[in-house]
Design a protein around this ligand. Structure first.
Ligand SMILES: Nc1ncnc2c1ncn2[C@@H]1O[C@H](COP(=O)(O)OP(=O)(O)O)[C@@H](O)[C@H]1O
Ligand SMILES: [Mg+2]
Length: 382
């Protein structure tokens, strides 16, 4: 756990003094990934560098697992935290393997353990170990070098990671993959991570919590969903973006809104005429056709008129597979693309698990955003 209490950092003195951080207080819980977010110059890097004592506090305190960093041995403190810096900072005259294993070597790990660790980390950052371990930094692209920086910060398996825009130089496609890989790893390892970015998408995707800064002050500290749903003032609302309703859909999963026992289902051997009657009686516009627990597809009133076959012969297969873990953003995208307001949800065995509808999604969004306008006005009376 990392605790920041009234953290203040002033660079220089006299008329040229710069207050980089002012009375910042919050806590990073053990095992959480916390994002430091805000525009350039708001103090994110300074806060990281205060945490591992590369900078000295002006006022306030920072404690790591109960220990005040200002009274810790700075070398030990730094070895106990992985640090990936914005400018990457690899040693140009050392191989990739040696760069990655800097801290393990300082800690006296044996050779075999170091080699295994290097290969494991190279794979994690999606670089083929045999192709990369003996190269030098100058032979790598900026994005590849940055991945080495991330591998290096994880090398000695520190409990705490400080990461300063660690994926900023990686191209968008590889960045997406590395973010995913990193999140998978984090779910297993549960490191305590302070992660700087100025990219709102990365923040929402990666963060357990997000701290948004403005001119050295902490403006809001919340979970991503809360940040999107209840921005504290107009600064935060602008920062998270006008499309925040769409962004929040990326955080909610089908299981939160799906209907597990929808009434609009029919068995495959139902005749078209009976199905049509059922639809009209209940004013449904969509029926899921089920056969032995699986969704064969769906039927609409239009398809059933003047037909004498069973619904099994008439059912149109669902164009996409939807499962309970899927983000509503992706479901919504399917709905728009295929012009459908209802989709069937499948469980791990491919069995029908329920339905997800456009109306359910919209209802959830309206619940999340209800009362937001009043809040913004209260905070910033015109
Ligand atoms: N060593 C320094 N000396 C003087 N001013 C500094 C120094 N480092 C950072 N600053 C100033 O502190 C503020 C915060 O900087 P920084 O923490 O690097 O912001 P961020 O990482 O959010 O872009 C900026 O105004 C920056 O110019
Ligand atoms: Mg910075």
């Amino acid at each position: 756990m990392i605790t920041y209490e009234d953290v203040t950092k002033i660079f220089g003195g006299g008329p040229d003094a710069v207050t980089a951080l002012k009375d910042v207080s919050f806590e990073i819980e053990k095992g959480n990934l916390v994002i430091f977010l805000g525009p350039s110059g708001c103090g994110k890097t300074t806060l990281l560098r205060l945490t591992n004592r590369l900078l000295t506090l002006t006022r306030g305190s920072i404690t790591v697992n109960g220990q005040d960093v200002m009274s810790a041995d700075p070398v030990k403190l730094r070895q106990s935290m992985g640090y990936a810096i914005q400018q990457i900072g690899l040693f140009p005259n050392k191989t990739i393997a040696d760069n990655i294993s800097t801290v393990p070597r300082l800690l006296g790990w044996d050779k075999k353990r170091i080699q295994e660790r290097v290969d494991e980390l190279l794979s994690m950052v999606q670089l083929e170990p045999s192709a990369f371990r003996d190269r030098f930094p100058a032979e790598l692209s900026g994005g590849q070098q940055q991945r080495i920086g991330v591998a290096r910060c994880l090398a000695a398996d520190p409990e705490i990671l400080l990461m300063d825009e660690p994926f900023g130089a990686i191209d968008p496609i590889n960045r997406e993959e590395i973010q995913n890989e990193f999140l998978r790893l984090q779910r297993k390892l549960k490191k305590t991570i302070a992660f700087v970015t100025h990219d709102i998408h990365e923040a929402i995707k990666m963060g357990d919590k997000i701290a948004i800064f403005q001119d050295g002050k902490l403006v809001q500290y919340d979970e991503p969903e809360t940040m999107l749903a209840q921005p504290k003032n107009h600064y935060i609302a602008d920062f998270v973006g006008a499309d925040r309703a769409l962004k929040v859909l990326g955080l909610i999963h089908v299981e939160e809104v799906m209907d597990r026992n929808p009434p609009n289902v029919v068995k495959h051997d139902t005749m078209a005429g009976d199905a049509l009657k059922f639809l009209e009686e209940k004013s449904f516009r969509h029926l899921v056709v089920l056969k032995r627990g699986k969704a064969l597809g769906y039927v609409h009133p239009r398809q059933l008129k003047h037909e004498s076959a069973s619904v099994a012969d008439l059912a149109v297969p669902y164009p996409v597979k939807v499962d309970a873990d899927m983000a509503l953003k992706d479901v919504m995208s399917f709905m728009l693309m295929h012009d459908m307001r209802v989709l069937a949800v499948m469980d791990g065995d491919g069995n029908f698990a329920g339905t997800v509808t456009y109306d359910q999604i919209q209802k959830r969004i309206l619940e999340i955003y209800s009362g937001e306008d009043e809040k913004a006005t209260e905070e910033n009376p015109k």
